[in-house]
Write a protein that binds this ligand. Structure first.
Ligand code: MRU
Length: 357
């Protein structure tokens, strides 16, 4: 997708260096950052310079490449793999990518490790682009159907950032929106701000602006009344881990939006590539829910009147806060899962049938 008219992916490899867009600097500064070591890759995931389940997976894959460049030794690769897997707990793509890389590297001669790893990391990223593009083509049909019935701008609500910045390109939740826009269907996106890190305001709105897609940022609690007023035609969100039961783990606040959509009879879709499906865990209570530093709530960062980025405390100094990063939306509130293979019911049967499991 484009920034200032130029096509980018969120991650690429050039001259022995992994390049990323530093998402902690958006929306005020567009900064491309170099990752040169495994430590850089782990740090980029931990500090959310890269974030979003598919992009975390892509970064982990390239993290293994950086580890091999640093030290072409199996023990070092194993230790680096563990560090990557432990860098963030909830998005399943991280483990998935690290396991896939390690499987590919087993039985490879040491002088060929780098070449094989590089090829696999690139394949993981290229596949993600194709999957996200196909998610878009499948999800586009739903938007088109709504438009054909109403002949009016389709209002779509989304939460967090499940756009191209969260993937390698296209995005998951935004891909159907980009396809609809490109095919001339008028769309408008209600963008949940997504406290505490404001991925909706800082990233989703930013990337939609760059593609000229009309959007409006709303406080996280506004979706309910918009739904009651008939100003939301559908919701599309992404996911960090979807269980084979169809239960969906996504950014904190997704569940409440799904409840409001259910109460107002508004379709609530979840868009995901198959790399985000956890086929092992059956009970959503077993999903590790990331708890991040409470300072992400109590401090807020922004641009002051002199264009300097500042961080300020917004809570009473003596108050405690807590920062759970994800919640679970039970499958009964999910209208359908939009995947690269097609749209299926959020259920064991639906997923099994779609993925021949
Ligand atoms: O904490 P983040 O920013 O990595 O979380 C990302 C999300 O929860 C997104 O909403 C997204 O749906 C999952 S990635 C496409």
């Amino acid at each position: 997708m484009r920034i200032k008219g130029k096509e980018y992916r969120t991650i690429w490899y050039e001259n022995n260096v992994v390049k990323i867009i530093d998402q902690t600097k958006l929306p005020h500064h567009f900064v491309i950052k170099d990752l040169r070591t495994i430590k850089d890759a782990v740090n980029a995931i931990k500090t959310m310079e890269v974030r979003g389940a598919p992009l975390i997976g892509g970064t982990a894959a390239y993290g293994i490449v950086l580890a091999i460049q640093e030290n072409n030794n199996l023990d070092f690769i194993k230790k680096s793999s563990e560090e990557l897997v432990n860098s963030r707990p909830t998005a399943i793509n991280l483990q998935w990518a690290v396991h896939r890389m390690n499987n590919k590297l087993s039985f490879v001669k040491s002088n060929e490790l780098l070449e094989v790893a590089l090829k696999e990391a690139k394949l993981i990223c290229d596949e993600d682009v194709k999957f996200c593009e196909d998610i878009g083509l499948n999800g586009f049909k739903i938007i088109k159907e709504i438009y054909n019935k109403s002949n009016k701008t389709v209002n779509i609500l989304t939460h967090c950032n499940a756009g191209w910045l969260a993937t390698i390109d296209w995005g998951t939740a935004t891909s159907p929106i980009y396809h609809a826009h490109q095919k001339g269907i008028p769309v408008h996106v209600w963008v949940d701000e997504t406290r505490p890190r404001n991925q909706g305001a800082n990233l989703t709105s930013y990337e939609l602006n760059e593609e000229n897609i009309p959007n409006t940022i709303i406080a996280d609690n506004t979706g309910g009344i918009l739904m009651q007023r008939g100003e939301v035609d559908m919701c599309i969100v992404g996911t960090d881990r979807t269980l084979s039961t169809g239960d969906v783990c996504n950014k904190i606040g997704t569940y409440l939006k799904a409840l409001a959509a259910y109460d107002n009879n508004i379709p609530f879709y979840v868009a995901l590539p198959s790399s985000t499906i956890d086929w092992d865990i059956k009970d959503f209570k077993d999903i590790p829910i990331e708890e991040r530093n409470p300072e992400e709530l109590s401090y807020i960062e922004g641009k002051d009147e002199n264009n300097n980025i500042k961080k300020v405390l917004i809570y009473p100094e003596t108050s405690r806060s807590m920062n759970l990063a994800f919640d679970i939306t039970p499958s009964k509130y999910v209208t359908g899962l939009i995947t690269e293979k097609g749209i299926c019911e959020a259920s064991t049967e639906g997923l099994k049938k779609m993925f021949n499991k």
